[in-house]
Design a protein around this ligand. Structure first.
Ligand SMILES: [Zn+2]
Length: 385
C-alpha cells in the first residue's frame, strides 16, 4: 500500500481491519502469529491489539500450552462485541432475529401483518420488532423482502407479494431507529448468508439457486454478491424456456418458473389426478410412474436454467435451496444429468452441486449479514466505536 502523508489514519484503520479479519478467519492466535501473518511490526501490532481489546472487538482467551519457555497469550475475535438484527418481510408476517457476529441466531421474534400490509403499518411493526430484539450494542438492521429491491437507496421497487411499488424503507427507518438499515432482495440475502456462513463459504464464484413457489438466484462473483445495475440481477425464474409456452405471472410466456416451480408441480398433480403437491410427492416416493416423471421433468427444466447460468458464469458451485428442497431426492437426478451432461464440458467438469446449509434461517442470517459484512469490510474504528 502506498502511504502518503495524511494517510496514517487510513493505514491504521486498514491494519485494525487486517487483525480483526485474520482472527475471524483463523481463530485464536498469539501476537507472534498475527505479526507473522499480517507483516505488521511488533510495536504497531501491540498498540493496535491493546486498542482492540480495550474496545472489546478482540479478547484474550488464555495461554497456548507450551513445552518449556513462556506460554504465549492467545487473542481472539469477540463475536459478542455487538449484534445485528435481521428481518424478513413475508406476505402476512415479519420474522426477526438477533444475530451475533459469527452468524448465530441469539433470539427470534415474529409479528403478523394486516392484509393488505400498508408501508406505514409495516414500518411501525419493524420498529417494534427491532425494539423487542435489541440487546446491548447493535450495528444495524438488515431487511430482506421478495421482489425488486434497490439496495443502494434502500427502496422496495416492486414486491408482488405485498403489492408495493417504490416504497422507501431505509431512510425513514434510519431516522426512527438511529442505526444503519440495509434492504435487500430475499434471495440475495440468503446467498450472502450461505457465502459467509453456509455452503458457499469455500467458493468465490457460485450461484445460489432457490426453488419453491418461485425460482430465484443469487450470484457471487469474485467473492462479492453481484447485484446488477440497481439490484435486479438473479431473476433466473424468468429466463425464457419456451417463447410459445404458457403465460407466466410476470406477463411473459414460457419462463423457467412455469416449468420448474411449485406451480408446475401443482399443475402436474392436477393433471395426474392428485389433489396437491404432497400427494404427488408421496406417490413419487412410492414409485408411481407418472408422479416420478413430473419431478423428473421439473428437475430437467430447472437443470436447463442452471445450465444456462453455468455456461454464462462458469461458477465453482451451484448451491440449491428453497422450500422445494424437501423433494430434492426426486428432482436432483434429472437436474444433475442436465447440468453435468449438457453444459459446456469444461464448465461442468469441476462444478459442485450442493444443498444450502442454513435452511430458512438463511434469510434472517443473510439480512443481518448485510450489516455485519459492511462492518468487517470497512475500517473497523469508524463503524465499531
Ligand atoms: Zn416470468
Amino acid at each position: 500500500m502506498q502511504v502518503r502523508k495524511g494517510d496514517q489514519g487510513l493505514l491504521r484503520d486498514h491494519n485494525r481491519g487486517l487483525i480483526v479479519n485474520l482472527l475471524r478467519a483463523v481463530g485464536p492466535s498469539s501476537r507472534a502469529d498475527i505479526a507473522r501473518r499480517t507483516g505488521l511490526a511488533p510495536s504497531a501490532l501491540t498498540r493496535l491489539v491493546r486498542e482492540l481489546i480495550r474496545e472489546g472487538l478482540v479478547v484474550e482467551t488464555g495461554k497456548r500450552p507450551s513445552h518449556g519457555g513462556r506460554r504465549a497469550t492467545l487473542i481472539a475475535f469477540n463475536p459478542n462485541f455487538a449484534t445485528t438484527i435481521g428481518i424478513k418481510v413475508e406476505a402476512d408476517r415479519l420474522l426477526g432475529a438477533r444475530v451475533d457476529l459469527e452468524g448465530r441466531i441469539e433470539a427470534r421474534e415474529e409479528s403478523s401483518l394486516p392484509a393488505p400490509p400498508s408501508p406505514s403499518g409495516v414500518l411501525e411493526r419493524i420498529i417494534r420488532l427491532v425494539d423487542a430484539l435489541q440487546r446491548g450494542k447493535t450495528l444495524g438492521v438488515g431487511i430482506c423482502i421478495s421482489g425488486s429491491v434497490d439496495p443502494l437507496r434502500g427502496v422496495d421497487l416492486y414486491s408482488p407479494i405485498l403489492g408495493w411499488r417504490n416504497v422507501a424503507l431505509q431512510p425513514p427507518l434510519e431516522v426512527k431507529l438511529g442505526i444503519s438499515v440495509r434492504v435487500e432482495n430475499d434471495v440475495n440475502a440468503l446467498t450472502l448468508a450461505e457465502h459467509w456462513y453456509g455452503a458457499g463459504r469455500a467458493f468465490r464464484n457460485f450461484v445460489c439457486l432457490t426453488v419453491g413457489e418461485g425460482i430465484g438466484a443469487g450470484v457471487v462473483i469474485n467473492g462479492e454478491l453481484y447485484r446488477g445495475t440497481f439490484g435486479g440481477a438473479g431473476e433466473v425464474g424468468h429466463i425464457t424456456i419456451d417463447p410459445d409456452g404458457p403465460r407466466c405471472r410476470c406477463g411473459e410466456r414460457g419462463c423457467l418458473e412455469v416449468f420448474a416451480s411449485d406451480r408446475f408441480l401443482a399443475a402436474e398433480a392436477g393433471r395426474l389426478g392428485f389433489p396437491d403437491i404432497p400427494s404427488l410427492e408421496k406417490a413419487a416416493r412410492a414409485s408411481v410412474d407418472g408422479a416420478q416423471g413430473a419431478f423428473a421433468r421439473m428437475g430437467r427444466y430447472l437443470g436447463i436454467g442452471a445450465k444456462n447460468l453455468v455456461n454464462l458464469l462458469n461458477p465453482e458451485a451451484i448451491v440449491l435451496g428453497g422450500e422445494r428442497m424437501e423433494s430434492v431426492d426426486l428432482f436432483l437426478p434429472a437436474f444433475e444429468d442436465e447440468v453435468r451432461n449438457h453444459s459446456f464440458p469444461e464448465a461442468a467438469k469441476e462444478l459442485k452441486i450442493i444443498p444450502a446449509a442454513l435452511g430458512e434461517d438463511g434469510f434472517l442470517i443473510g439480512a443481518a449479514t448485510l450489516v455485519s459484512s459492511e462492518f468487517f469490510r470497512l475500517p473497523t474504528e469508524r463503524i465499531g466505536t
